[in-house]
Structure formats: C-alpha cells, structure tokens
Unconditional design. Sequence first.
Length: 778
Amino acid sequence: MPVNMAQKASEALCGLLVTSELQKPQSCEEAELPCPAAMTPLAPPVPLLPLLLCWFLRAATTAFPEEPGPLNSLPSEVVRRHPVFLGRAHRSSLRQEPLHIQRILKVNRTLYIGARDDLFRVELDNVVGDEMFYSKKRTWESNRNDIRVCRMKGKHEDECRNFIRVLLSRQDGLFVCGTNAFNPLCANYTGDTLEMLGDPFSGMARCPYDPKHANVALFAEGNLFTATVTDFLAIDAVIYRSLGDSLALRTVKHDSKWFRAQMRSESTGYELQAVILAAPQGRSQLFQEIDADAGTDTDADAGTDTDTDTDAGTDTDADADAGARADADAGTDTDAGTDADAGTDADADADADAGTDADADADAGAGAGADADADADARADADAGTDADAGSDAGSDADAEPYFISAVEWGAHIYFFFREIAMEFNYLEKVMVSRVARVCKRDLGGSQRVLEKQWTSFVKARLNCSIPGDSHFYFNMLHSTSPIIRMHGRDIILGVFSTPSNSIPGSAVCAFDMEQLASVFDGRFKEQKSPESIWTPFPDELLPKPRPGGCAGPGSKYNSSNSFPDEMLNFVKTHPLMDEAVPSLGQRPWIVRTMVRYQLNKIVVDTEAGPYRNRTVLFLGSSRGTVLKFLIMPNSNNTVTSGNILLEEMEGFNADKCGEDTPQARRLLSLILDRASHTLLLAFSSCVVRVPVAQCQLYSRCMKNCIASRDPYCGWTRGSTCSFLRPGTRIPFEQDVEQGNTSHLGDCDAYSQQVGVCTAQVQYLCHVPAEVVVEVAV
C-alpha cells in the first residue's frame, strides 16, 4: 500500500525541522564568535521542540488517514446551467437591493422564500430555462418608528429591517416571524395569495431580535415550540411553547445550569458573561437596566404589508396593525412564579421583553385558528431534509451561546439540538460542546411554589461525535441535523459536526439512534455541589420520586406535571444535565473530512435513492457553497463506515448570477431535497440554486465512466447512454454500485471522455431540469 500524501508531507516537514535545528550553531566556536575564557563549547542540545512537533504531525496523520477524493468531480461550468432564483418576477424585471435570504420552505410543489422585508412564492413545476421566477411576492417592512427606535439603540440602518427568521407551514397557510427592526413580530399568511390573516402579534421568544442570532421553530400538536433569545442583547436564551391550547411554558431564566447566556456590546466589542446566580438577590443592577432597555416599543403601528403579483403590479394592503403590538407589552413574564428559590427572576420583570407573555396566545392576531396544527403533510415530508426551520449558522455570531441548530418531534417529546460552552468543564478554558435537550410536549409546568409556568421536563445531554483512541478526538461543533430517518428498523438522526477554529480543521458526520439517545435521559444526572467543585455523577439511590425529567399523564402516577412533588421539581430545576454523553452509532463518525479548506455545515438524506429505492445517499453542503455526495452502505447495525463512498463533489454557488464571489456569499444557508424533481435546492444569501441530484448525462457517451461512477441514480440503458434511473423503472440497465467494476469494459475514446460534451442527441440534457432526464430513462 503506498504511503499517503499526508504522511509523506509530515515526514518531509519533520526532516526539515530537525535538520534546520541541528544545523544551527551550537556554540560560540561554531558561530565563529570570540568565546569568553571561562566558556567552553556547548554540548549540542536535543532539538526537543521539533521532535514534539514531528510526533504531533505523525500522530495526526495516523489518526486522520488521507481521505480518498471524489470518484467524480464536476466541472465548474456545469453550475452555470442550473436554474437560479434571483428575486425577479420575470426576466425583464430588475431588483435594486440584495435579497438577504433567511429561510426557505418547501410545501408540496411550492417553494417559499423568506428574505429581508420580502416573502416569495415560487412554483417548482413551472421552472423553465436557467432562472426561477416568483409567482407571488409579499413585502412586509418595518414602520418608521420601529426603525427610529432601532437606530437609537445603536443599530445600523441595514440591520433595522424586517428579516424573516421563522417560516413554517400552518394548516393551509404560513406562519411567519420577522425581526422587525429589533422588535420581532409574527403573522399568519395564506399559502396561495400570501395575504396576511388578522393582525401581526408579538414575536418575542418566537423570533430573535437580531438576524444573526440562531433560532429554531416547529409546530407539534397545535403548539409552537421555539428556541431563541427573548431580548435585545440576546441575554435570555429560551425554549418556549406558545400559540396552542396548552399553557405557555419557558425554560428557567438566567440560570447557567439550564442555558449559559452571553451578551455582546457591538459598539465596543466587549463581551460580558451573563452568568446569573439562582437566587433573586444575585440579579445585578446591570441586568435590571438591560431589562428596562429591552422593553418592546408600545407604538401601535406594525409596519407596512405590500402585495406584489407577477402580473398585477403592486397594491398596498396597508395591514398596519393598530393594536397588536400592545399585546406584546400586555403580558407578564412567563417565569413570574413565586418560587422562593427560583433562580428565574422572582421579580417577574414587568419588562415585556423578558418572557414573552404566555398569554399572547390569546392574541387576536393569531388569526389562523386555535388548533393551529402544522401542515402534517409538509412536516412529514422527508424532502424537507434540513434543520427544523431550515436555518443555518451562516452569517451569525458563532460565539453566541447557546447556538440553536434544530428541533425534532419524536414520541412524547420535542428534542432540541444546539451547542454551548460547557459549564461542567469549568476547570478548563471555554470548551464548546454539542447538546441535545428534550421537553415533554404536554408538560403543564410546575406548582405555584416551584417551576410555575416553566418546564418540569427539561433535561439535556452532550452529543459525542469523536474518533476513538487513547485520547478521543472530538468534533464538538454541531452545525446541522437531518430529519429522523428509518434505517434497518432504527430511527436515526444524523448530525454534521466540525472542530473549532483553533483546532485541526475537520468535519464529520455522526449518526445517533433515537432509542439510544432517549435512554441517556434515563441514566445518571450530573451535579456540582459548589461553584468551585468539579461536576460529578449524582447517586441514583438519592433521586427523588418520581424520576425527574419524566412526563406526567398516561403511565405515570401523576396526571399533571403541576402535581409533581416539590422535591422532585427542585431537583430537576437544579440538575438538568445528564452525566453520560449520547454515543454515536459505531462509536465513530460515518464520514470524516480533515485538512480541507471548507467546513461541512448542511445535510440532507435520500434513503430511497436508485431505481429500487434501496440506497442511501447523503448530500453534505459546505461553507464554500459546494455539495459532497456520499453513498452510505451500513450493515444491519448501521455501524459500518469504511464502505461509505464519496461519489462526487459539485459546485453549488453560481458566481456569475448570484453576485459577488466572497466567502460570506458562498456560505450555504439551507439545503433541501426535492424528491419529485430529483433536485437539490441550495439557498445562499443572494440566490437559490436548483441542482440535479445526479449528472448522469455527463457520462452518456461512455459506458465505462457510467459504471465507474457508482452513482445509484445512474445506469447504462439501451440506446447506449448513461441515463437517470427513475425509482421503479422497468427498463433494462447496467449498474455496479457495490464495486464499480469496469475491468470487462474497454477504455472510452477521447471524444467520449469529454465530460459535459453536449451533442445533438443529448443537448437538452445539459440544461436539466431533472424531470426531463427522468423521462428519458423510462
């Protein structure tokens, strides 16, 4: 077996380091300098530093063997032919401002795009040529007073706009929230005409103030579950339930054991750690002033809502809300309990910002009805294959904590995935770790004494994505998760992780069994007996009854969580962290990419790839706008990783059409699989690009190249062409996904090896769309 390139490089570097060290003058005589009489020549010292560095390099290359490159690399010019959305109604229209896309949502055959001040509707079946046009557009701008207050608080004019940060399917319409010049609002819209239903209402605890802050949102059983921050300075991180028939609940406020908060003063660049003691007297004057400053403006105007049709010009609906904003100020803090030891602000902050009013649920602006269940079809649609809210850490404050990634519904719980600085490693420098937390969907909060209007079921655990060894190498930065997928009888969720910026650059994909994940929450809790002590496991025999963190109701002695004993409620309030980490399947990543110039940050999964729907393909988006396509071939235990194959790396960002080609512009915001058209939808800040899942036509002149591609979507069909194989196709084809054996095939002639050649026979295939390719294969 040849020595890999990384090992050769490390050996060469080690040789240079040691040689240069030994060649240095070791004494005054060697340096040809006059020696003092009492000084004798120095003995050559052992070059310790170079040796240590060599050891590290060799250890690294042993731990990180060189990963094979892609079987196929697509030429960059191919992306220029893919359809692109640029915010236009037709080819002759012009767009004056950047889009600043925030969210995309696919519902059946419609794509909704949430941007800055604008909401677009795009018909996926009506895409012709190299550009996608919107069929409907709704403009929702912040009003002048909100912008004025935003500017007074020190924000830039470009920040004081309405960035759409929540975009969900709700019944037959949409639930939309925007930052609204750092004064968030939510509203319900029709799905077809994008007309606002009712009035806007408070978006606090449902939508962040700053578009750079991460947030998660999903509907389950008629309730909206969100993870975001509730205030202007992003001090109060919260997991919040609202808008349904159930009581509004939130996490404990300003308790570092639940969430550690960090605020940033953008005007000075200073960071202040907001670690608040659990006792009410621990609340400093600083945070009282912040609460006062973060209050919601009581101006009744809710901004301007403008409708734009592709053929009707613009008409102004003037849905300016005359009273909905007052709702945001009307409620009391959701953590306004009288809990004597409630580390959650027993003062209940009359500040409207702090808790987002459990009440606002009765807000007339809810418009779409109390049951408000999310579109079941859309939520179950595996095509949505991205984070729960199609979010991304693109352009966000990566140092902010906690950083919410996604949320999924599974069984009786909602699971939230995020990353934060670990409090249990208080004896080290800041250590960022990835977490999963869960709450019971039907939690009703605690008693009037403990955890009133707060979660009684909130528990969290660390996610372990690491390479095993004498000392595990951890990928601690979670960036994205897949939906829960079913593989070999298991419910599995995949996560994309990376190393921190000050470590060896690398990314990994780890898989987690949901049953195994849930079992961690049945294990031991972790505790810190004093602020100076290390964290240790809490003895199981001392746990109160019933077991903390569980759900009340069927199967429990207690019908409601507010009837739980105070002892149990106090325990879960002070012990939300589990001792054991959630292990990954196989105790190692499925995919590892190290020493590369990009960071993997998005994932979608096709578990029904190929003509027999029996292959699993992962599409991984990167920080450079490229997409890596992996073929996954796990065994029945879902543990085999050596069989995973990097099929191809494709360019997703169209620099010619999407604007300036900068690292920020290339950063992938969202990645969605559209199974019906066999395409991927890639969202960037300035555009949305539609890319086929396979480029079979690029091998259409050469059988050897077609078979060697090992692409489950492609096969050599009659007519001597490499065709896209539609699921369930009955036509004869040749394919070797397992081995890619081409030893029996002759070499392709020079003409056939020209990747991307468009002859008269296959000219139309070079322009996709994928639906056309599918028809050819049938």
